[in-house]
Design a protein around this ligand. Structure first.
Ligand SMILES: *Cc1c(COP(=O)(O)O)cnc(C)c1O
Length: 477
């Protein structure tokens, strides 16, 4: 399998060539040169593999799917990496992403039982294994630099902790994450994990990452890399749980299923798109946004409009507070029949100049053929959905999952099971749970008292120079 750029670069690259990369050199995103087709016979075989009852069914399934896209890691070695990643010890159950029924035909699939209690663990844990493997193979090392306001940073740290060849420098806004999130990140005391709390807001952290990354000499000297959501390996890892969800929600392989996906950067639901392109019988991909409705606006009107910071709202589902959807270009490339020249026109310099684009009517008409529909929710909707789900089903869901469930209900179809992806556990967003239910969220036993553990964090002013000095003093290489 080779990979190409959505903006036209077709220099042949294998999986390992793009694993440690961000954007393609032409500014596009990497995609496989085709989607391997999964026919009925293969689907039946995978179902048996996953549902075989033995522990490790998820890892078996993951190995099958990843093998179709990874041609340059020997099967036995890929098998070992996958087996180390998808264990009941890490994800709390053999199902890894267990499905539970809310009502007949309406299900929740838990993607949030990994170490940081958010769905980003599903991919990031695999990325940690792949990075360590690939860096060792090349005899190289990498210093990962990132900014986080919560989920991404902690998922990256828990995936990379103790991994050889990798250091993580994660900037977070000092005192601005929930006490639980701060405790989750800052209580990691591994030598290769460096928490840097910046006196400022998330945007200050992001500006520093940009400033450091734009200093090409520094970047090269210190082998600075990232783990952001446009990384193809992350997306690929996420494809697996759509198949796992499908097998749990159905008894036979012709049955269509819909998925409702709380969306921000379009990474999660883009993996659903890939699964559908491979032939998984997905009826609808329901894109659920919060008040930051870039994606909902697009699917309703054909207009993609990037928001400025004044129009990007802080909401109670903060992991979906985005101004543009960084993976969205991948879907538009497929929608346009993989026309790289037109994709480059829409997403290249024109996007920065015009702040967006509107699809032509005939392009828009093709969206339905890809299964996409959308909706948005407000803070009041989330509170009502959390309350209703608790009162009627004694099921406590987090704010992001509430966005998904609220929108899912608008698209229920008779005879088509609807699977809502649970992207975080409620304990991460305790303040909103208290507002909705008047009680504290449930907390997994392993995380009792996490706020009282010793912390390892360095506080710094919002000054890129000081961050660079810190990296130079602590980085590998
Ligand atoms: C990251 C995240 C999302 C959004 O996922 P995208 O891939 O960016 O669309 C939704 N919910 C939670 C809890 C997240 O951490």
């Amino acid at each position: 399998m080779n990979y190409l750029s959505t903006r036209g670069d077709r220099a042949p690259r294998g999986f390992s060539d793009i694993l440690l990369e961000g954007l393609a050199p032409d500014g596009g995103l990497y995609l496989p040169d085709h989607y391997p087709a999964v026919d009925r016979a293969r689907l039946a075989r995978w179902r048996a593999l996953y549902r075989g009852g033995a522990a490790g069914g998820y890892a078996d399934l993951a190995f099958e799917i990843l093998s179709l896209y990874i041609g340059d890691i020997a099967p036995a070695e890929l098998r070992a990496l996958v087996d180390k990643t998808y264990t009941a010890a890490t994800y709390g159950s053999d199902a890894i992403t267990p499905l539970r029924q809310l009502e007949p035909g309406l299900y929740i699939q838990a993607l949030s039982n990994g170490p940081t209690l958010a769905f980003k663990d599903m991919a990031m844990q695999l990325l940690g294994q792949l990075f360590e493997y690939e860096l060792a193979r090349r005899g190289e090392h990498l210093n990962i630099l990132g900014a986080t306001s919560g989920d991404t940073g902690s998922a990256a740290e828990y995936a990379m902790r103790g991994k050889r060849g990798v250091h993580v420098f994660m900037l977070s806004p000092n005192g601005r994450m929930s006490p639980f999130q701060q405790a989750q990140m800052y209580s990691l005391v591994d030598a290769n994990i460096h928490n840097i709390a910046i006196d400022g807001v998330f945007d200050d952290c992001q500006d520093i990452v940009k400033a450091v990354s734009n200093d090409l000499d520094f970047k090269r000297r210190w082998k600075i890399g990232t783990v952001n959501s446009i990384n193809w390996a992350r997306l690929l890892a996420q494809v697996v749980y759509y198949f796992a969800g499908y097998f749990q929600a159905t008894a036979d392989d012709g049955q269509p299923v819909s998925f409702a996906v709380p969306s921000g950067n379009f990474g999660n639901v883009c993996a659903g798109h890939v699964a559908r392109m491979m032939g998984l019988p997905i009826a609808q991909l329901v894109v659920a946004t919060n008040e930051n409705d870039v994606l909902d606006e697009f699917f309703r009107s054909g207009r993609y409009r990037v928001r400025g910071s004044a129009e990007t709202y802080e909401t109670s589902s903060p992991s979906m507070d985005i101004s543009k959807a960084s993976n969205f270009e991948r879907f538009v490339f497929d929608l346009l029949g993989r026309d790289a020249a037109r994709t480059a026109q829409l997403f290249g310099p024109g996007l920065a100049r015009d702040g967006g684009f509107t699809l032509a009517a005939d392009d828009r008409a093709r969206i339905a053929g890809f299964g996409f529909v959308s909706g948005k929710s407000s803070h009041a909707d989330r509170l009502a959905t959390i309350r209703d789900t608790w009162n009627r089903h004694q099921d406590m869901i987090d704010t992001h999952t509430a966005d998904g469930l609220m929108v899912a209900r608008q698209y229920l179809q008779p005879g088509v099971p609807m699977v809502v992806l649970e992207t975080a556990l409620p304990v991460k967003f305790a303040a909103t749970i208290r507002e909705a239910l008047g009680c504290d969220p449930l907390r997994p036993a392993a995380l009792q008292g996490i706020e009282d553990r010793p912390k390892r964090v360095t506080v710094m002013p919002a000054d890129a120079r000081q961050v660079m000095d810190y990296i130079a003093a602590n980085a590998q290489g």
